[in-house]
Design a protein around this ligand. Structure first.
Ligand code: NAD
Ligand code: WQD
Length: 344
């Protein structure tokens, strides 16, 4: 058995897929989650996939004493992957204090306690949102950080700065900041996947829910952008590929391969895909026809962004491998699984 890793927000979408990959790679995982945006059955799904039930602590990471008790109970945690956060961009505009409190207090509690318990490595879930609309595409890690477009985006920038300042001040651990592009899809087993509460804000859950008939029609937010087909362009990255990058990041820090105590990697495919291209690839890959209409632009959307993932490819030794068609099929299989179980 390799090192013990704390996965905060491990019952969530990316955390659950990462737990699977960590366990497959031989790590022992402790999950911490308050289930504010997930449910405990995810732990069963992880166990069905890997044959191993991760330790699970239901607790709010804003509670520092509860976090301390967790470190006391699970002695010897060597690394932390910090997924726990509130993540809905629109909600963050309406409830900024909720977002600043949850995303910053949880981070501060962790940074306070990590040195006391000898934790050597921290992976942080950041986002391509820190680049705003980049001046140069594809965007690499040296691109300037643009003013955040939402309180949510701001919490990602601030957390990156807090971690960097803390380590520069001599904190005894390393960190890797992972800037995700647009994570999509579900585990091929369809045991775990994305489960948005209420009406999905993100494109792919809206597509799969429209395809299965929960939503009547998909709105394409704008076809008058300055892109080849007029719709916005993003870099959609398969969640299982993304999960594997976290294992690489933990390995890199625990095996002392980091070149710097804080490193940043973009996690994307390197390929931009438009909304209309995504819709058509979904239809081809699944054989399901989608009802959609062209609607007005969504406020706050940037026109186009895709990653230059070369640093992650060469330095981290990680590459996105799964085709867009297979990724979209996995999302559709997950939606069918939810229907079978009567969840949606
Ligand atoms: P998610 O909501 O599915 O997972 C987050 C988990 O954290 C949830 O299970 C939630 O219950 C838990 N949580 C939230 N606050 C908590 C607290 N105070 N204490 C304990 N648990 C708490 O989200 P996700 O899509 O898996 O995202 C994981 C991380 O990646 C987040 O930090 C998010 O901001 C970041 N990220 C996500 C995306 C994306 O598009 N999904 C893109 C870039 C970055
Ligand atoms: C993708 C594209 C929409 C829904 C957001 C956050 C970002 C990151 C990922 C965490 C856009 C279009 C969408 C719909 C549509 N999260 N769209 N109809 O906006 O790139 O990024 O999630 O860090 O911070 O901002 O992702 O999935 O919402 O949208 O046409 O019903 O799909 O306009 O072009 P986005 P998304």
């Amino acid at each position: 058995m390799k090192a013990k890793i704390l996965v905060t927000g491990g019952a969530g979408y990316i955390g659950s897929h990462t737990t699977v990959e960590l366990q497959n790679a031989g790590y022992e995982v402790v999950i911490l989650d308050n289930l504010s945006n997930s449910n405990a059955e995810v732990i069963d799904g992880i166990e069905r996939i890997t044959g191993i039930r991760p330790a699970f602590e239901k607790m709010d990471m804003q509670d520092k004493e509860a976090l301390r008790r967790l470190f006391e109970k699970h002695k010897g945690i060597k690394g932390v992957i910090n997924f726990a956060a509130s993540k809905a961009v629109g909600e963050s505009v309406k409830k900024p204090l909720l977002y600043y409190r949850n995303n910053l207090v949880t981070m501060l509690n962790l940074l306070d306690l990590m040195p006391e318990y000898g934790v050597e490595a921290l992976v942080f879930s950041s986002s391509c949102t820190v680049y705003g609309q980049p001046d140069v595409l594809p965007v690499d890690e040296t691109a300037p950080i643009k003013p955040a477009l939402s309180p949510y985006g701001n919490t990602k920038q601030i957390c990156e700065e807090i971690i960097t300042d803390t380590i520069h001040a001599g904190a005894p651990f390393k960190s890797i900041l992972l800037r995700y592009f647009n994570p999509i899809g579900a585990h091929p087993s369809a045991e775990i996947g994305e489960l948005p509460l209420g009406t999905p804000q993100n494109l792919l859950p809206y597509i799969t829910q429209t395809a299965i008939g929960v939503r009547e029609q998909l709105s394409v937010f704008g076809d008058d952008y300055d892109t080849p087909d007029g719709s916005c362009i993003r870099d959609y990255i398969y969640v299982v590929d993304l999960a594997k990058a976290h294992v690489k990041a933990i390995e890199r820090m625990l095996e002392n391969k980091s070149q710097d105590n804080v490193e940043i990697f973009n996690l994307g495919t390197g390929k931009g895909v438009s909304v209309l291209e995504l819709i058509h690839t979904f239809e081809e890959a699944t054989g399901v026809k989608l009802r959609y209409k062209i609607a007005g632009r969504r406020e706050g959307d940037i026109t186009q962004v895709w990653a230059d993932p070369r640093k992650a490819n060469t330095v981290l030794g990680w590459k996105a491998e799964t085709s867009l068609a297979d990724t979209l099929k996995s999302a559709w299989n997950w939606q069918l699984h939810l229907r079978e179980k009567g969840i949606m």
